[in-house]
Design a protein around this ligand. Structure first.
Ligand code: SIN
Ligand code: CO
Length: 382
């Protein structure tokens, strides 16, 4: 049995992922929420935590948005119904929430964004909207009525007078009431509206996908960084011009040749993509340690701990090549081979390593890598 019940993961990927919604009843049987509503509200009081409250009925405008951090007073003043508290990246604060990601290992780690959790009393909703990314919505507490509708895009009419992107005319196609443990998968751009029927918590496992604008701008910025001024458009094949005002097909082809030269440079593409996809969402959560450990101190610490864990806010990925791997850690790139490459692959694939397993990684490069990752606060010891 997979988290999709009788549907296996291969079938989910082939027929649903990025294609159509799927409701799974009891994806998580006997589900017990890894966080309760008071703990969630507590997180929203913290300076470093990103949180929002959406109030459908004002007080200043319909679909009003308040940005956290909040105070006890904010919560005391909220009406009894029709609002939602949303807390971003709860996986980075609550390890029990982070462990829910283990059920989504069939999607590459670097595609993940974060786990957002919402709490709403009766009537609470963020309004009919669409997102540009895939999301698994897991009902954690209470009941929520979800409706799904049409495929939207930037031209879909929106409700005016609110900072939220509320769809003006959602065309409801399907509707379900979700109970704790039920899960709704939504591909990007599907209109959806979830309304709490009673005190309700929803866990959203969200993914990242760079926009084409991000890809073009990001890659172009990085690829052009080390280019010399003399590398220019050239036309040694130019024929005498009979229409000197014309930009002809040959000129466009020369331009394509220039661009293709960079597009076919796999090393440059990988460098940008790996760095971009492993950029942490909240870099301050994996800021380097104030006091860096020395190699001997690391050895000692390793002997006393049971496991080495990947910081919940760190992002690792790698790409295999003829000599070993290119390893990416929070936007930094390392060329590794031999045992150090094995270690980096293990960390990227497993999010943690038992201290005993480290016995095999005693070579200098592996130890240097471990020390660097620990001092960068991307790894920590249990
Ligand atoms: C919610 O949890 O209320 C909203 C989640 C979403 O629609 O993306
Ligand atoms: Co949504």
């Amino acid at each position: 049995m997979s988290i999709f019940g009788s549907i296996d993961i291969e079938t989910f990927m082939r027929d649903y992922w990025q294609k159509k919604p799927l409701l799974v009843r009891q994806a998580f049987p006997d589900f017990v929420s890894p966080i309760d509503q008071d703990e969630l509200a507590g997180l929203a009081l913290e300076e470093d935590v990103e949180s929002r409250i959406v109030m459908e009925k004002g007080p200043k405008q319909p679909w009003q948005l308040l940005n956290g951090p909040f105070t006890e007073k904010t919560f005391a003043k909220l009406p009894p119904s029709h609002w939602t508290l949303l807390v971003q990246a709860v996986d980075q604060w609550v390890p029990e929430v982070a462990s829910m990601l283990q059920d989504f290992e069939f999607i590459p780690h670097w595609r993940r964004d974060d786990i957002m959790i919402s709490f709403a009393p009766e009537g609470g909703s963020v309004g009919p909207h669409y997102d540009n990314y895939d999301v698994f919505l897991i009902q954690a507490q209470g009941q929520r009525r979800w409706q799904t509708g049409q495929l939207c895009d930037s031209n879909t009419p929106r409700v005016e007078g609110t900072p939220l992107r509320i769809i003006a005319d959602m065309q409801v196609e399907e509707e379900w009431v979700l109970e704790p443990g039920d899960m709704l998968y939504l591909p990007p751009r599907i209109a959806h509206n979830g309304v709490a029927l009673n005190n309700c918590m929803t866990i959203s496992v969200g993914f990242r996908a760079p926009s084409h604008a991000d890809i073009l701008q990001g890659f172009a910025a990085q690829a052009s960084m080390d280019l010399l001024d003399e590398a220019r458009y050239s036309d040694a094949d130019l024929q005498p011009a009979s229409n000197p005002g014309e930009i002809d097909a040959a000129a466009l082809n020369r331009l394509k040749t220039v661009l293709n030269q960079y597009l076919h440079d796999d090393a440059k593409l990988l460098s940008w993509f790996g760095e971009f996809m492993t950029e942490p969402k909240y870099p301050e959560l994996s800021a380097p340690l104030d006091e860096a450990l020395e190699a001997e101190e690391l050895d000692e610490a390793l002997q006393q701990s049971e496991a080495v864990l990947v910081n919940e806010s760190a992002r690792f990925a790698y790409h295999r090549n003829a000599n070993g791997i290119t390893f990416f850690a929070n936007g930094c790139e390392y060329a590794l081979s031999g045992p150090a490459a094995e270690l980096a692959m293990f960390l990227s694939d497993n999010l943690g390593i038992a201290a005993d397993d480290l016995a095999t990684f005693t070579d200098e490069t592996s130890r240097k890598l471990l020390l660097e990752l620990v001092n960068n606060n991307q790894l920590y010891m249990d």
